[in-house]
Ligand binder design. Structure first.
Ligand code: HEM
Ligand code: HEM
Length: 350
C-alpha cells in the first residue's frame, strides 16, 4: 500500500481550503448581487420633484411651517409633535395624540424618506407629500384647523408674508393652502437618510457582520423582500395584512379596514401599503395599530401573517439584526426661529 507523503497531504489540504474559500467568496458575492438587484441605496442627492421646486427659500419656509404649532387650532400641535426629527421622524406612541388630547386611530409613520413612497399614509390615500400635508391640518384628531384659518394666521405675520413671497416669486398672492403644502413637501424632501451600513454594503463595502448577512439572506429567501424591496424597502405596493393568516384583533383592529376605505373594493379589505423599513430600529412601536414594541416580535408576526412561516428564534434574531443595519444618517435639522405674531393673529382655541 502506498502512503501519501506528508508534503502532498498538506498540498491537498491547502487546495481544499482554497476551494472552500473560493466557495465562500462566491456565495458572498452572489448574496451581494442578489441584494443589489432587489434593493437600492438611498441617493446622496435630493430627489427629483416634478411638481415642486426645491429652492433654499422654499425649504426654509417649509421648515418653519413644519415646526409651527400655530398651524393647529389650539396652538399646541405642529407636524413636529407627531413627526419628531429627533426620534426617527415619528412620535414613539402607539397611536398619535392630537387636538384636545384625542387619540387618533393609527400609529404615526416616519417622515424620513417618505418622499420615496409611492403614496402617503398606511393606506396610500394621498398621492404625494403635498397632498398629504393638507390632511393633518384639517383632521379633527390632529390639528383641527381649517385652510382659511391657517391662511389668516399666516397673512397676519409679516415674517410669513415675506417668506411666502421669496419662496414663490412672481406670484401675486403667494399665501395659498396649496403653497403651504408645497413648502412643507419641499422641506420633507430633504429628510432622507443615506449611507446606512446596508447602503454602504450595497455599494461594495464590507459593513455587515455574519449575523446581519445571514439575516439579509433570510430576508430574501423567506420572501420578505417580495413586498419590502426597492429604495425604501417597502412603500411601493399594497397587500392584505394577513395575506396567509390574519393577525389577532389587537394587532389588526377590526374597525380599520385599510384601503377598503379608500377604494370601497372588497379586494382591498384590510389591505395596507407594505411598510417602508428604512430606520425601522428607530420607529417602534410597529404596525398601523402600533401595538408591537419589539422588532423581533414584528418580524415573527410578519412571518406568520404574510408568509405562513413560523420563523425560528435564531432566524428572527438574524433578520432583526439585518433590519437594524437600515438606520441611515439622520438629517441635522435646526429648529427655525418662527415669525412673531401680530394683533390680528387668530388666538388659540380649544
Ligand atoms: C402620516 C406628515 C401632522 C400623525 C403622515 C405622513 C406624512 C405626514 C408625510 C405619511 C407618511 C407615510 O405614509 O409613510 C405630516 C405633516 C404634518 C403632520 C407635514 C403637518 C402639516 C401630524 C400631526 C399628527 C400626525 C399633528 C398627530 C396628531 C400622523 C399619523 C399618520 C400620519 C397618525 C398616519 C395616518 C394614516 O395612515 O391614516 N404625516 N404630518 N401628523 N401622521 Fe402626520
Ligand atoms: C409591515 C417586516 C414580509 C407586507 C412590516 C413591518 C415590519 C415588516 C418590521 C412593520 C413596519 C412598521 O411598523 O413601520 C417584514 C419581514 C418580513 C415581511 C421581516 C418577512 C419575514 C412581508 C410580506 C408582505 C409584507 C411577504 C406582503 C405580502 C407588509 C405590510 C405591512 C408590513 C402590508 C404593513 C402592516 C400594517 O398595516 O401595519 N413588515 N415583512 N411583509 N409588511 Fe412586512
Amino acid at each position: 500500500m502506498h502512503s501519501i507523503p506528508l508534503a502532498a497531504t498538506a498540498a491537498i489540504a491547502t487546495t481544499f481550503a482554497g476551494i472552500a474559500l473560493a466557495d465562500d467568496d462566491l456565495r458572498a458575492q452572489e448574496l451581494r448581487e442578489d441584494a443589489q438587484y432587489m434593493f437600492e441605496p438611498i441617493p446622496l442627492s435630493m430627489p427629483d420633484m416634478p411638481n415642486n421646486i426645491l429652492s433654499t427659500d422654499r425649504i426654509a419656509l417649509g421648515t418653519m411651517l413644519f415646526f409651527d404649532p400655530r398651524m393647529s387650532r389650539s396652538g399646541v400641535f405642529s407636524c413636529h409633535s407627531c413627526h419628531n426629527v429627533g426620534i426617527g421622524g415619528a412620535d414613539g406612541l402607539e397611536v398619535s395624540i392630537g387636538h384636545g388630547w384625542q387619540k387618533g386611530p393609527r400609529n404615526s409613520p416616519t417622515v424620513f424618506n417618505a418622499v420615496f413612497n409611492i403614496a402617503q399614509f398606511w393606506d396610500g390615500r394621498a398621492a404625494d407629500l403635498a397632498e398629504q400635508a393638507e390632511g393633518p391640518v384639517q383632521a379633527g384628531v390632529e390639528m383641527n384647523n381649517t385652510p382659511d384659518r391657517v391662511l389668516d394666521t399666516l397673512a397676519s405675520m409679516q415674517g410669513y408674508v415675506d417668506a411666502f413671497a421669496t419662496a414663490f416669486p412672481g406670484e401675486d398672492d403667494p399665501i395659498t393652502f396649496r403653497n403651504f403644502a408645497l413648502a412643507i413637501e419641499a422641506f420633507e424632501a430633504t429628510l432622507t437618510t443615506p449611507n446606512s451600513r446596508f447602503d454602504q454594503y450595497l455599494m461594495g463595502a464590507d459593513t455587515l457582520d455574519d449575523q446581519e448577512l445571514r439575516g439579509l439572506s433570510a430576508f430574501m429567501d423567506q420572501g420578505c423582500a417580495s413586498c419590502h424591496a426597492g429604495v425604501n424597502m417597502g412603500g411601493q405596493e399594497y397587500y392584505p395584512f394577513g395575506l396567509v393568516e390574519r393577525p389577532g384583533a389587537d394587532v389588526l383592529p377590526a374597525g380599520d379596514r385599510g384601503r377598503f376605505a379608500v377604494t370601497a373594493t372588497v379586494a382591498d379589505d384590510y389591505v395596507f401599503r407594505a411598510a417602508p423599513l428604512r430606520n425601522i430600529a428607530l420607529t417602534a412601536p410597529y404596525f398601523h395599530s402600533g401595538v408591537v414594541w419589539s422588532l423581533e416580535e414584528a418580524v415573527a408576526v410578519m412571518g406568520v401573517s404574510q408568509l405562513g412561516a413560523e420563523l425560528d428564534e435564531a432566524e428572527i434574531a438574524d433578520i432583526a439584526a439585518f433590519l437594524r443595519t437600515l438606520t441611515g444618517e439622520i438629517p441635522q435639522v435646526t429648529h427655525p426661529v418662527l415669525p412673531v405674531r401680530s394683533a390680528t393673529t387668530p388666538l388659540p382655541e380649544d
